[in-house]
Design a protein around this ligand. Structure first.
Ligand code: COA
Length: 257
Protein backbone atom coordinates (compact mmCIF):
# COMPACT_ATOMS: atom_id res chain seq x y z
CA UNK A 1 0.00 0.00 0.00
CA UNK A 2 1.74 3.13 -1.14
CA UNK A 3 -0.56 5.70 0.42
CA UNK A 4 0.52 8.95 1.94
CA UNK A 5 -0.62 8.41 5.52
CA UNK A 6 0.39 10.32 8.65
CA UNK A 7 2.73 8.44 11.02
CA UNK A 8 -0.19 7.95 13.42
CA UNK A 9 -2.00 5.62 11.01
CA UNK A 10 -0.07 2.66 9.65
CA UNK A 11 -1.44 0.48 6.87
CA UNK A 12 0.27 -2.79 6.01
CA UNK A 13 -0.57 -6.11 4.40
CA UNK A 14 -0.43 -9.49 6.10
CA UNK A 15 -1.22 -11.85 3.22
CA UNK A 16 -4.85 -11.19 2.29
CA UNK A 17 -5.41 -9.16 5.47
CA UNK A 18 -5.23 -5.36 5.29
CA UNK A 19 -3.91 -4.32 8.70
CA UNK A 20 -4.56 -0.80 9.95
CA UNK A 21 -2.85 0.29 13.14
CA UNK A 22 -3.39 3.48 15.12
CA UNK A 23 -0.07 4.74 16.44
CA UNK A 24 -0.47 8.00 18.33
CA UNK A 25 1.09 6.71 21.52
CA UNK A 26 1.53 10.05 23.30
CA UNK A 27 -2.24 10.72 23.14
CA UNK A 28 -3.43 7.15 23.73
CA UNK A 29 -4.57 6.96 20.11
CA UNK A 30 -7.07 9.80 20.38
CA UNK A 31 -8.30 10.45 16.84
CA UNK A 32 -7.67 13.71 14.98
CA UNK A 33 -9.23 14.81 11.69
CA UNK A 34 -6.09 13.75 9.84
CA UNK A 35 -6.29 10.30 11.37
CA UNK A 36 -9.96 9.86 10.45
CA UNK A 37 -9.15 10.87 6.87
CA UNK A 38 -6.20 8.47 6.77
CA UNK A 39 -8.25 5.54 8.07
CA UNK A 40 -10.99 6.24 5.52
CA UNK A 41 -8.44 6.39 2.75
CA UNK A 42 -6.65 3.20 3.84
CA UNK A 43 -9.93 1.29 4.10
CA UNK A 44 -11.08 2.55 0.70
CA UNK A 45 -7.80 1.41 -0.87
CA UNK A 46 -8.13 -2.01 0.78
CA UNK A 47 -11.76 -2.33 -0.35
CA UNK A 48 -10.67 -1.67 -3.95
CA UNK A 49 -7.75 -4.13 -3.78
CA UNK A 50 -8.78 -7.60 -4.96
CA UNK A 51 -5.87 -9.12 -3.06
CA UNK A 52 -7.44 -8.02 0.23
CA UNK A 53 -10.08 -10.27 1.79
CA UNK A 54 -10.36 -8.93 5.34
CA UNK A 55 -9.69 -5.71 7.30
CA UNK A 56 -7.93 -5.91 10.65
CA UNK A 57 -7.86 -2.84 12.92
CA UNK A 58 -5.35 -2.69 15.78
CA UNK A 59 -4.18 -0.09 18.26
CA UNK A 60 -1.11 -0.03 20.47
CA UNK A 61 -0.39 -2.02 23.61
CA UNK A 62 -2.56 -0.46 26.33
CA UNK A 63 -4.37 1.92 24.00
CA UNK A 64 -6.69 0.79 21.27
CA UNK A 65 -8.25 4.26 20.95
CA UNK A 66 -9.05 7.06 23.45
CA UNK A 67 -11.87 8.38 21.27
CA UNK A 68 -12.09 11.63 19.42
CA UNK A 69 -9.36 14.15 20.22
CA UNK A 70 -11.00 16.53 22.65
CA UNK A 71 -9.02 19.51 21.41
CA UNK A 72 -10.49 18.80 17.98
CA UNK A 73 -13.94 18.77 19.58
CA UNK A 74 -13.25 22.28 20.85
CA UNK A 75 -12.60 23.32 17.27
CA UNK A 76 -15.87 21.66 16.15
CA UNK A 77 -17.65 23.53 18.95
CA UNK A 78 -16.26 26.79 17.58
CA UNK A 79 -17.42 26.03 14.03
CA UNK A 80 -20.72 24.50 15.21
CA UNK A 81 -20.41 21.36 13.08
CA UNK A 82 -18.77 17.98 12.99
CA UNK A 83 -15.83 17.79 10.62
CA UNK A 84 -16.46 16.07 7.30
CA UNK A 85 -13.53 13.73 8.08
CA UNK A 86 -15.47 12.26 11.00
CA UNK A 87 -18.64 11.76 8.98
CA UNK A 88 -16.72 10.27 6.05
CA UNK A 89 -15.01 7.88 8.46
CA UNK A 90 -18.32 6.78 10.00
CA UNK A 91 -19.83 6.32 6.56
CA UNK A 92 -16.85 4.26 5.41
CA UNK A 93 -16.95 2.15 8.58
CA UNK A 94 -20.64 1.40 8.10
CA UNK A 95 -20.29 0.50 4.42
CA UNK A 96 -17.24 -1.76 4.34
CA UNK A 97 -17.97 -4.72 2.08
CA UNK A 98 -15.13 -6.85 3.43
CA UNK A 99 -15.22 -8.30 6.94
CA UNK A 100 -13.73 -6.19 9.72
CA UNK A 101 -11.84 -7.80 12.61
CA UNK A 102 -10.75 -5.59 15.52
CA UNK A 103 -8.14 -6.35 18.16
CA UNK A 104 -8.38 -4.29 21.36
CA UNK A 105 -5.77 -4.00 24.08
CA UNK A 106 -6.30 -1.45 26.83
CA UNK A 107 -8.38 1.69 26.43
CA UNK A 108 -11.34 1.69 24.06
CA UNK A 109 -13.08 5.00 24.72
CA UNK A 110 -15.87 6.78 22.82
CA UNK A 111 -15.67 5.82 19.16
CA UNK A 112 -13.05 3.28 20.24
CA UNK A 113 -16.00 1.37 21.68
CA UNK A 114 -18.85 2.34 19.36
CA UNK A 115 -16.82 1.34 16.28
CA UNK A 116 -16.82 -2.21 17.63
CA UNK A 117 -20.54 -2.43 16.86
CA UNK A 118 -19.60 -2.33 13.15
CA UNK A 119 -16.99 -5.08 13.37
CA UNK A 120 -17.67 -8.68 12.46
CA UNK A 121 -15.34 -10.14 15.07
CA UNK A 122 -13.65 -8.46 18.04
CA UNK A 123 -10.84 -9.96 20.10
CA UNK A 124 -9.81 -8.06 23.24
CA UNK A 125 -7.14 -8.47 25.85
CA UNK A 126 -8.04 -9.03 29.48
CA UNK A 127 -6.55 -5.59 30.15
CA UNK A 128 -9.13 -3.80 28.01
CA UNK A 129 -11.56 -1.17 29.21
CA UNK A 130 -14.58 -0.05 27.23
CA UNK A 131 -16.22 3.26 28.03
CA UNK A 132 -18.31 5.90 26.25
CA UNK A 133 -18.45 9.07 28.38
CA UNK A 134 -20.68 10.90 25.86
CA UNK A 135 -23.15 12.40 28.30
CA UNK A 136 -20.38 13.39 30.74
CA UNK A 137 -18.95 15.42 27.86
CA UNK A 138 -22.36 16.96 27.12
CA UNK A 139 -22.64 14.79 23.99
CA UNK A 140 -24.77 11.96 22.63
CA UNK A 141 -23.86 8.48 21.32
CA UNK A 142 -22.60 8.35 17.72
CA UNK A 143 -21.58 5.90 14.99
CA UNK A 144 -25.15 4.53 14.95
CA UNK A 145 -24.52 3.13 18.43
CA UNK A 146 -27.95 4.44 19.49
CA UNK A 147 -29.40 1.94 17.00
CA UNK A 148 -26.87 -0.90 17.07
CA UNK A 149 -26.24 -0.74 20.83
CA UNK A 150 -29.81 -1.53 22.00
CA UNK A 151 -30.16 -4.09 19.23
CA UNK A 152 -26.96 -5.92 20.19
CA UNK A 153 -26.99 -5.47 23.95
CA UNK A 154 -30.63 -4.81 24.84
CA UNK A 155 -31.83 -1.45 26.15
CA UNK A 156 -30.67 -1.83 29.76
CA UNK A 157 -27.07 -2.71 28.97
CA UNK A 158 -26.88 -0.27 26.05
CA UNK A 159 -28.17 2.53 28.28
CA UNK A 160 -25.62 1.66 30.96
CA UNK A 161 -22.80 1.76 28.41
CA UNK A 162 -23.90 4.62 26.16
CA UNK A 163 -25.87 6.98 28.43
CA UNK A 164 -24.60 6.26 31.94
CA UNK A 165 -21.06 5.91 30.58
CA UNK A 166 -20.26 2.95 32.82
CA UNK A 167 -16.88 1.31 32.22
CA UNK A 168 -17.03 -2.29 31.06
CA UNK A 169 -14.07 -4.60 31.52
CA UNK A 170 -13.27 -7.21 28.90
CA UNK A 171 -15.12 -10.03 30.61
CA UNK A 172 -18.30 -7.95 30.95
CA UNK A 173 -17.97 -6.81 27.33
CA UNK A 174 -17.76 -10.44 26.24
CA UNK A 175 -20.63 -11.53 28.48
CA UNK A 176 -22.99 -8.89 27.03
CA UNK A 177 -22.00 -9.64 23.43
CA UNK A 178 -20.00 -6.51 22.61
CA UNK A 179 -16.88 -8.57 21.82
CA UNK A 180 -16.21 -12.18 20.87
CA UNK A 181 -13.22 -13.31 22.82
CA UNK A 182 -10.88 -12.33 25.67
CA UNK A 183 -7.21 -13.33 25.64
CA UNK A 184 -4.14 -12.39 27.69
CA UNK A 185 -2.59 -9.12 26.50
CA UNK A 186 0.55 -10.93 25.32
CA UNK A 187 -1.60 -13.01 22.93
CA UNK A 188 -3.84 -10.23 21.62
CA UNK A 189 -2.12 -9.34 18.38
CA UNK A 190 -1.36 -12.93 17.41
CA UNK A 191 -4.94 -14.00 18.11
CA UNK A 192 -6.40 -11.04 16.21
CA UNK A 193 -4.15 -11.75 13.23
CA UNK A 194 -4.96 -15.48 13.33
CA UNK A 195 -8.68 -14.64 13.44
CA UNK A 196 -8.39 -12.32 10.45
CA UNK A 197 -6.28 -14.86 8.53
CA UNK A 198 -8.79 -17.62 9.22
CA UNK A 199 -11.57 -15.46 7.79
CA UNK A 200 -9.41 -14.48 4.82
CA UNK A 201 -8.88 -18.17 4.01
CA UNK A 202 -12.62 -18.80 3.56
CA UNK A 203 -14.19 -19.01 0.11
CA UNK A 204 -14.49 -15.31 -0.70
CA UNK A 205 -17.90 -15.20 -2.39
CA UNK A 206 -19.56 -17.41 0.23
CA UNK A 207 -18.15 -15.30 3.04
CA UNK A 208 -19.33 -12.09 1.37
CA UNK A 209 -22.82 -13.52 0.87
CA UNK A 210 -23.01 -14.79 4.45
CA UNK A 211 -21.90 -11.42 5.76
CA UNK A 212 -24.43 -9.57 3.64
CA UNK A 213 -27.26 -11.79 4.86
CA UNK A 214 -26.22 -11.47 8.50
CA UNK A 215 -26.04 -7.69 8.24
CA UNK A 216 -29.26 -7.13 6.34
CA UNK A 217 -31.45 -7.33 9.42
CA UNK A 218 -34.85 -5.66 9.74
CA UNK A 219 -34.59 -2.18 11.21
CA UNK A 220 -30.79 -2.11 11.30
CA UNK A 221 -29.72 -2.65 7.69
CA UNK A 222 -27.29 -0.37 5.92
CA UNK A 223 -29.84 2.33 5.04
CA UNK A 224 -31.11 2.57 8.62
CA UNK A 225 -27.57 2.67 9.99
CA UNK A 226 -26.57 5.49 7.65
CA UNK A 227 -29.73 7.42 8.47
CA UNK A 228 -29.05 7.02 12.19
CA UNK A 229 -25.47 8.25 11.77
CA UNK A 230 -26.88 11.43 10.19
CA UNK A 231 -29.53 11.85 12.87
CA UNK A 232 -27.00 11.40 15.67
CA UNK A 233 -24.56 13.77 13.96
CA UNK A 234 -27.15 16.54 13.87
CA UNK A 235 -27.82 16.15 17.60
CA UNK A 236 -24.09 15.75 18.29
CA UNK A 237 -23.38 19.05 16.52
CA UNK A 238 -26.04 20.81 18.61
CA UNK A 239 -24.56 19.31 21.81
CA UNK A 240 -21.02 20.30 20.76
CA UNK A 241 -22.14 23.92 20.72
CA UNK A 242 -23.75 23.65 24.18
CA UNK A 243 -22.45 25.18 27.43
CA UNK A 244 -22.38 21.66 28.92
CA UNK A 245 -19.92 20.45 26.29
CA UNK A 246 -17.82 23.61 26.47
CA UNK A 247 -17.43 23.17 30.22
CA UNK A 248 -16.47 19.48 29.89
CA UNK A 249 -13.91 20.05 27.11
CA UNK A 250 -12.36 23.00 28.92
CA UNK A 251 -12.10 20.96 32.11
CA UNK A 252 -10.30 18.19 30.20
CA UNK A 253 -7.79 20.34 28.36
CA UNK A 254 -7.02 22.49 31.40
CA UNK A 255 -6.78 19.68 33.97
CA UNK A 256 -3.66 19.57 36.09
CA UNK A 257 -1.70 16.36 36.41
N1 COA B 1 -8.29 13.82 23.34
C1 COA B 1 -7.16 14.53 23.48
N2 COA B 1 -6.13 14.12 24.24
C2 COA B 1 -6.26 12.94 24.87
C3 COA B 1 -7.41 12.16 24.77
C4 COA B 1 -8.45 12.64 23.96
N3 COA B 1 -9.58 11.95 23.77
N4 COA B 1 -7.25 11.05 25.51
C5 COA B 1 -6.04 11.13 26.06
N5 COA B 1 -5.44 12.27 25.67
C6 COA B 1 -4.11 12.75 26.03
C7 COA B 1 -4.05 13.34 27.43
O1 COA B 1 -4.48 14.69 27.42
C8 COA B 1 -2.58 13.20 27.72
O2 COA B 1 -1.89 14.20 27.01
P1 COA B 1 -0.68 15.02 27.77
O3 COA B 1 0.29 13.95 28.17
O4 COA B 1 -0.18 15.93 26.70
O5 COA B 1 -1.34 15.71 28.94
C9 COA B 1 -2.22 11.88 27.06
O6 COA B 1 -3.22 11.65 26.07
C10 COA B 1 -2.22 10.70 28.00
O7 COA B 1 -3.47 10.68 28.66
P2 COA B 1 -3.60 10.58 30.26
O8 COA B 1 -4.92 11.15 30.63
O9 COA B 1 -2.40 11.16 30.90
O10 COA B 1 -3.59 8.99 30.43
P3 COA B 1 -4.42 8.14 31.47
O11 COA B 1 -4.00 6.73 31.24
O12 COA B 1 -4.33 8.72 32.84
O13 COA B 1 -5.96 8.30 31.00
C11 COA B 1 -7.76 8.31 29.45
C12 COA B 1 -6.32 7.89 29.71
C13 COA B 1 -8.06 7.94 27.99
C14 COA B 1 -8.71 7.54 30.38
C15 COA B 1 -7.94 9.82 29.69
O14 COA B 1 -6.91 10.50 28.99
C16 COA B 1 -9.26 10.32 29.17
O15 COA B 1 -10.26 10.26 29.87
N6 COA B 1 -9.26 10.86 27.95
C17 COA B 1 -10.46 11.39 27.35
C18 COA B 1 -11.26 10.27 26.71
C19 COA B 1 -12.51 10.82 26.09
O16 COA B 1 -13.34 11.40 26.76
N7 COA B 1 -12.63 10.67 24.75
C20 COA B 1 -13.70 11.20 24.00
C21 COA B 1 -14.85 10.26 24.05
S1 COA B 1 -16.24 10.87 23.11
Amino acid sequence: MSQDLPPTVIAERDGAVAVLRLARADKKNALTSDMYAAITSAWSAAEADDAVAVHLWLGLPGAFCAGNDIEDFLECARTGRLGSEILDFLHRLATLEKPLVIGVDGLAIGVGTTALLHADLVVASDASLFRTPFTDLGLVPEAASSLLGPRRLGHAVAFELLALGAPFDAERARAVGLINRVVPAADLERTARDTARALAAKPRAALAAARRLLRDVPGAGRAEILARIEEEAAEFARRLASPEAAAAFTAFVSRKK
